[in-house]
Design a protein around this ligand. Structure first.
Ligand code: AMP
Ligand code: GLY
Length: 429
């Protein structure tokens, strides 16, 4: 079997490593485009960018790829699944129109409204004047009330501002729609929504459009600093443990959110097959959807996949072929954690090119797997930093504290100039 994973982060390294562990049969031949220094140890890295859809499809035809797994959203929003389907190539990801659940926040909100899926109250604005008018109209509270401003399009984590009051929200509107805070395309339209309070959780699942299989609920830490200080990042760490979502809340999320979402997608003619990631706020009135992503999360994937007992290739193959109903997905019943080791300057301007030491020793800690994100191999063969999030130190453990202790033991053995990470992963205020 030949499998192609698309992307270059820790998520994709976890996907490649887990595919390599195939429990159901012979190890598939794994390709990754474009990959990173760590991925190249588990897969054949191919120099094609994640959004170069035509080159990826040509490659898949030429190398007789049996299954393609897109990691991030950019290739899906660029129409990867549509082009692969056109060429009858097997792909486990949603079409461009189904990917709008992530690539357009206004589209996602309208979808939720239409299908009665609980989410924050919202309005859509197509100009800054309209957005400021909505804010000043007071329907989201007075000038002291918190309110959320979201760029409509993909903005690599920079498109959401949870403003503490109206003045901050107004500044966010102007920055997004006039000041080039996010790319132009992202900012032509904004969603303004009610600020929700509660605990967050990430619920991920595979679906083939009809059946679905849940993954262990996860939580991530988005802020760069301990105690949730500083700017938002792609994610500084993630955990899975039984207390992320109790059974009753999970059942409610399935009934009120997961099933209506999948039914809604079918009713709207969206071909959704792949991974659906539901970002949840657990409010006093029940779970509410904060956002949909149409792919695995990073670093949630790392924490989730180390608990997978079943064969990942078979799951994704069933997703792509519409046969998920025939597949059982089993998980270990322990807990897991992923601690992200980041470069100085992340998330604003990460420094690159620092030589990473201690990797082998760190990987030797019991129960630990180290996934590479922003790494590259220097000419002399050493591994150097090449991005903001550099490594994801990931471990399972009988309890969450055991998993975390293993991660931190391992992380303490890694060194480079400018290395930083949060010491409070798994602790939530
Ligand atoms: P999103 O990309 O939509 O998930 O937003 C990123 C983060 O912003 C979420 O993980 C939440 O922490 C926060 N957020 C988004 N929407 C809301 C909301 N309506 N109320 C409070 N916080 C929110
Ligand atoms: N960790 C959040 C995301 O991947 O979107």
């Amino acid at each position: 079997m030949n499998v192609l994973v698309i992307g270059s982060g820790g998520r994709e390294h976890a996907l490649c490593r887990t595919l390599a562990r195939n429990s159901a049969g012979p190890r598939p031949r794994i390709f990754c485009a474009p990959g990173n220094a760590g991925i190249c140890e588990d897969a054949v890295c191919v120099h094609i960018g994640a959004t170069d859809v035509l080159a990826l499809a040509d490659f898949a035809e030429r190398e007789r790829i049996d299954l393609t797994i897109p990691g991030g959203e950019s290739s899906l929003a660029a129409g990867l699944a549509d082009e692969f389907a056109r060429r009858r190539l097997n792909v486990a990801g949603p079409t461009r129109s189904a990917a709008r659940l992530e690539s357009s926040k206004a589209f996602a909100k309208e979808f939720m409204l239409r299908h009665r899926i609980p989410t924050a109250r919202y309005r859509v604005a197509d100009s800054s004047a309209e957005a400021l008018g909505i804010l000043r109209g007071g329907e989201f509270g007075g000038s002291d009330a918190p309110v959320v401003v979201k760029a409509d399009g993909l903005a690599a984590g920079k498109g959401v501002v949870v403003a503490k009051d109206r003045a901050e929200a107004e500044r966010a509107v102007v920055e997004m729609m006039e000041g080039g805070r996010v790319g132009n395309e992202a900012a032509g339209r904004v969603v303004i929504e009610e600020a929700l309070a509660g605990r967050e959780a990430s619920l991920l699942l595979w679906t083939d459009g009809r059946d679905y299989r849940l993954m262990p609920p996860a939580r991530d830490h988005k802020r760069v600093g301990e105690g949730d200080a500083g700017p938002n990042t792609g994610g500084m760490g993630a955990i899975t443990s039984p207390d992320v979502l109790d059974e009753e809340t999970l059942a409610r999320c399935v009934r009120e959110i997961v099933e209506p979402t999948l039914e809604g997608a079918r009713a709207d003619g969206l071909d959704f097959r792949g991974v659906l990631f539901v970002g949840l706020m657990l409010t006093g009135e029940g779970p509410r959807v904060l956002e949909y992503n149409v792919r695995f999360g990073d670093p949630e994937t790392q924490a989730i996949l180390v608990r997978l007992r079943s064969d990942l290739y078979s799951i994704f193959d069933a997703v792509a072929r519409g046969r998920l109903g025939e597949v059982d997905v089993e998980w270990s019943d322990d807990a897991s954690a992923c601690v992200v080791l980041a470069a100085r300057g992340y998330p604003e301007q990460p420094e690159t090119g620092a030589r990473i030491e201690g990797l082998e020793e760190a990987a030797g800690v019991e129960g630990v797997q180290i996934f590479h994100a922003g790494t590259a191999r220097a000419e002399d063969g050493s591994v150097v930093t090449a991005g903001g999030r550099v490594l994801g130190v990931t471990a399972t453990g009988a309890t969450l504290s055991d998993a975390l202790a293993r991660c931190y033991d391992s992380a303490s053995r890694v060194r480079w100039d400018g290395l930083h990470y949060r010491r409070d992963i798994g602790k939530f205020s």
